[in-house]
Design a protein around this ligand. Structure first.
Ligand code: DNO
Length: 404
């Protein structure tokens, strides 16, 4: 039982290569078939193709020291979140993907349940003091977009006068080009794709979600779990939900995987070893009441995958992504709790390992001169994060066997 050093790889068009990942010292690869539209089943041949690409060094005719450890993500079709009749066909496809991945011996699947937008940032090049660039979520910028660009009808009533004045002033300070990039940043589509949702399409999605409050969304999540978890359990697959990022509702859309209570609801909804959690410190971190080391102690037995990243909380729900070991998340205490969880599993004789990855990193050093197609996923910042985290893990555990 060990923590497996992992690295997200977006596939052949990622600017970070598999050679780079091997040199970074990771052994687990986190990847997905981003080219398959959400809701369709992943054919076994496509899975095998990607797996071979990851695990076999074709140029040198040798296996790589890499394994496709986690699928992140098999995304959920919107009809499942909305609870529409079409969800049945999409759930069937999801089950087929689960079985096909199991047939290829890939056993961990990450997913999330955020309506319409996946993780959301307002600024992709926030300059931190040392000159590197970080991702930032600025609540004022989001309000400005919501109120005065998207012009969501309910928004006026949802923000207080002070926020509205701040948002207006913020927007007036932006050039038209900056306004456009704010919109593009917020409406960026799924990770691993280059899509941006058009503002009209976004409005119509919001309309479709009218009447779906957090209770309905939770019911729909439970319905999904009741259907897929038994399939996952019999196939030997570990499903692990990723928390909302940021961990609160935005644009009036409910978000139901934001707090410890939400996570507890989820694991209690269907009692199975296959119904687990992706513990993401960066996603849960913006909410100060989320006691992260405590969540590890109380729910760590349900973790199948871990994302380690820090955030620096700022006023009014804003935050930027800080260095992995600095910021509002007490990474030392989180790692201590994770090491204890690994030890607990060892005592119980559990054989399987727990993959973790440095989730995002600053754009720094040579990467500052590169175009980074997937924000947060440049090489050097993550390399720094992984190096710091593995050092911390070794130090805390006092034993090399902690790392797989
Ligand atoms: C951000 C990531 C997210 C996450 C998905 C999980 O970089 O943590 O892209 O992978 O939302 O489904």
């Amino acid at each position: 039982m060990a923590l497996i050093q992992s690295w997200r790889w977006y596939g052949p068009h990622d600017i970070v290569s598999l050679d780079d990942i091997e040199q970074a010292g990771a052994t687990g690869v986190v990847s997905a078939l981003h080219h398959i539209p959400v809701g369709e089943a992943w054919p076994i041949e496509e899975i095998r193709k990607r797996q071979k690409l990851i695990e076999w060094n074709e140029a040198e005719g040798r296996p790589r020291n890499l394994k496709w450890a986690v699928v992140e993500s098999v995304n959920i079709h919107e009809s499942i979140r909305m609870g529409l009749p079409e969800r049945e066909a999409h759930i069937d496809n999801y089950c087929e993907t689960i079985r096909n991945l199991a047939a290829c011996h890939i056993d961990t699947i990450c997913y999330n349940f955020m309506p319409v937008l996946d993780w959301t940032r307002t600024d992709l090049a926030y300059r931190v003091k040392d000159g590197s660039k970080a991702l930032r979520y600025d609540a004022t910028a989001l309000a400005a977009f919501d109120l005065y660009m998207l012009k969501r009808p309910e928004a006026e009533a949802e923000y207080d006068t002070e926020t509205k004045a701040r948002a207006r002033a913020f927007l007036e300070g932006l050039t038209p080009k900056e306004q456009q990039s704010l919109q593009n940043n917020i409406l960026a589509g799924l990770p691993g794709t280059f899509d941006v949702i058009g503002i009209e399409d976004f409005r119509s999605f919001l309309k479709k979600y009218e009447g779906i409050d957090s209770n309905r969304l939770k019911d729909n999540l439970k319905y999904f779990l009741q259907k897929v978890v038994p399939v996952a359990e019999s196939a030997g697959i570990k499903l692990c939900i990723h928390p909302d990022d940021p961990p609160y509702p935005i644009f009036g859309l409910p978000r139901v995987v934001s707090t410890e209570a939400d996570l507890a609801f989820l694991v209690n909804a269907v009692d199975s070893p296959s119904n687990g959690i992706t513990f993401c410190t960066g996603s849960l971190g913006p909410r100060p009441e989320n006691d992260l080391p405590g969540i590890v102690r109380r729910l760590g037995h349900k973790f199948h995958f871990v994302h380690l990243r820090n955030v620096q909380r700022q006023e009014g729900g804003s935050f930027y992504e800080a260095d992995h070991l600095n910021g509002s998340v007490d990474m030392l205490q989180v790692v201590k709790a994770l090491v204890e969880e690994v030890r607990r599993r060892e005592k119980e004789g559990q054989a399987s390992s727990l993959p973790f990855r440095p989730d995002h990193g600053h754009q720094m050093l040579d990467d500052l001169n590169k175009h980074v197609p997937f924000p947060g996923y440049s090489a050097v910042g993550r390399l720094r994060g992984l190096a710091e985290l593995r050092g911390l893990m070794l130090g805390v555990a006092g034993d090399y066997s902690i790392l797989g």
